[in-house]
Design a protein around this ligand. Structure first.
Ligand SMILES: [Mg+2]
Length: 402
C-alpha cells in the first residue's frame, strides 16, 4: 500500500497550534475532558470519482490533471501510486515514472457536489464539522447526538453511507484529538478504519516516521532528518528548547503532538479571511488583451465562489507573478462591500490597467476578495490541484485554489 506525500502545510498548522503548553480545556470538551474525534478522508478522491464514472479507467494508473506543459498531478489513483506518482508532482515527471499513466482533466463541479453530499452525511451525526478540503474533515462526535453509543460505530456508519450513497470509499480515523484522528485515518488506507484509544496515543506516535505528522511537510521532514529525527520517538527525545530553536512557533505543537496531546478544537465555523483564485499559464503572457481576457475568466470563477460562500468583502487584490518569479500585488478597498460581479471585475481591471504595459511577461495571475464579512463556510482548499486552465507547476500547486 502506498500513500501520497504529506502536504507541506506547516503554515496552516502553525496558525492553528496553541502556543501554550497548558491544559486549558478544549472548546468542545466533554464533561470528563476527553473528546471523541473522527477524521474522514476519501480515498484518492478525484481519481476515484473519475474511475467510478468511467469504468474504462478502473484498474488503470490514472492521474487527474493536465499532462502537458507545466501541468501537475492533482490526484493519483492507487494503481498510479504504485509507480511513485503523487499529487502535486509535475505531470512530466509522473509520466517518466509511469509511461502508461492515463490523464483526465479535473471536474471540480462534480467533486464539489460529492463534497456537499458527504458533509450532509456528516451533519446527520454532528454539527461540529471542520472541513480541511473537499474530501477531508474532522468531526467532533463527543455529544453522540443520535445515541449511537461509540465514535467507532459512528465512523463505520458514515463509511457505509458514503459507500452506498456515493459508491466511493473513505477511510476513517477515530481518536481523542485531531492530530491522532488524522494519523489514524491514514493508517489503514484505502477503505480502512483505525481507532487510537485514550492511553495509546503516545505509543502509536512513537513508531511513526515524522513525515506522516500533519504539519510536517517534505521540507520539514528533511530538516528533521538532518537533525537525526526520523520517528516520533526521536522527536520526543528532544527538549522543548531544542525544538523551539529549530522549529519556531511550530515547536509547541510538535512537542505536544508527539506525546499524543493536541488541544485544538474541531472548528465548525472557521472564519474565512479571503476568497480567491489564480491561474498559472502554460506560456507566459504579456499582451493587454490576453491579460484582460484571463482576468475575466478568473473573475467568473472567483465570483462563483464568493456567491456560494455568501461572502461580502471590501478589498480586491490582484496578484501577478512575473516570468522571473518576482511577485507583484496591488489592492484596492471600497467603503462598504463589493456588491456585484460587475464591481468586482471593474476593480480588478482598474488594478490591472494601472500596471500596463508590464515590464515583463507573467506566468501567473490571481484575484482575491478579502476583508470578508459573513463568509459561512470553511475554505475549500484543494491540495495539489491544477490552476483553472489545468496547467500549473509544482511550486504553487498547493495554492492554486485558495
Ligand atoms: Mg483523501
Amino acid at each position: 500500500m502506498t500513500k501520497g506525500a504529506p502536504p507541506d502545510n506547516v503554515g496552516a498548522v502553525m496558525a492553528d497550534a496553541n502556543p501554550n503548553i497548558t491544559d486549558e480545556p478544549a472548546e468542545n470538551a466533554a464533561p470528563g475532558g476527553l473528546r471523541k474525534i473522527i477524521h474522514i478522508d476519501m480515498d484518492a478522491f478525484f481519481a476515484s470519482v473519475e474511475q467510478r464514472d468511467d469504468p474504462s479507467l478502473r484498474g488503470l494508473p490514472l492521474a487527474v490533471g493536465s499532462a502537458t506543459g507545466r501541468g501537475v498531478v492533482a490526484a493519483a489513483s492507487y494503481e498510479a501510486r504504485k509507480f511513485g506518482v503523487r499529487s502535486a508532482m509535475p505531470s512530466q515527471r509522473a509520466l517518466r515514472l509511469c509511461p502508461d499513466l492515463v490523464f483526465r482533466m479535473p471536474r471540480f463541479d462534480v467533486y464539489r457536489d460529492i463534497s456537499r453530499h458527504i458533509r450532509a452525511i456528516f451533519a446527520d451525526y454532528t454539527p461540529i464539522i471542520e472541513p480541511l478540503s473537499l474530501d477531508e474533515a474532522y468531526l467532533d462526535v463527543t455529544a453522540d447526538m443520535r445515541g449511537i453509543g461509540s465514535a467507532t460505530r459512528i465512523a463505520e456508519l458514515i463509511r457505509e453511507r458514503i459507500r452506498s450513497e456515493l459508491n466511493l470509499t473513505a477511510s476513517a480515523g477515530v481518536s481523542y484529538n485531531k492530530f491522532l484522528a488524522k494519523l489514524a485515518s491514514d493508517q489503514n488506507k484505502p477503505d480502512g478504519l483505525c481507532v487510537i484509544r485514550p492511553g495509546e496515543g503516545a505509543q502509536f506516535v512513537a513508531g511513526l516516521p515524522v513525515r506522516r505528522f500533519h504539519g510536517v511537510g517534505p521540507r520539514g521532514a528533511e530538516k528533521m532528518a538532518r537533525l537525526g529525527i526520523e520517528t516520533g520517538e526521536d522527536l520526543r527525545a528532544r527538549p522543548i528548547e531544542v525544538l523551539r530553536e529549530h522549529f519556531g512557533s511550530q515547536a509547541d505543537y510538535l512537542y505536544r503532538a508527539v506525546r499524543g496531546i493536541d488541544l485544538r478544537p474541531v472548528q465548525a465555523h472557521r472564519r474565512r479571511k479571503s476568497l480567491g483564485g489564480e491561474r498559472t499559464f502554460a506560456h507566459d503572457i504579456s499582451s493587454g488583451p490576453a491579460l484582460r481576457e484571463t482576468l475575466d475568466r478568473i473573475v467568473d470563477i472567483v465570483w462563483d465562489r464568493i456567491e456560494s460562500a455568501n461572502a461580502h468583502g471590501r478589498t480586491v487584490t490582484l496578484k501577478m507573478r512575473f516570468a522571473d518569479f518576482t511577485l507583484l500585488t496591488r489592492a484596492r478597498s471600497v467603503e462598504h462591500v463589493v456588491e456585484s460581479k460587475t464591481d468586482f471585475a471593474r476593480i480588478g481591471h482598474a488594478l490591472l490597467d494601472e500596471l500596463l504595459p508590464l515590464p515583463q511577461p507573467i506566468r501567473l495571475m490571481g484575484l482575491t476578495l478579502s476583508s470578508l464579512e459573513g463568509a459561512d463556510e470553511a475554505p475549500e482548499t484543494v491540495e495539489g490541484a491544477p490552476a483553472a486552465n489545468g496547467t500549473s507547476d509544482s511550486r504553487n500547486a498547493q495554492l492554486s485554489l485558495f
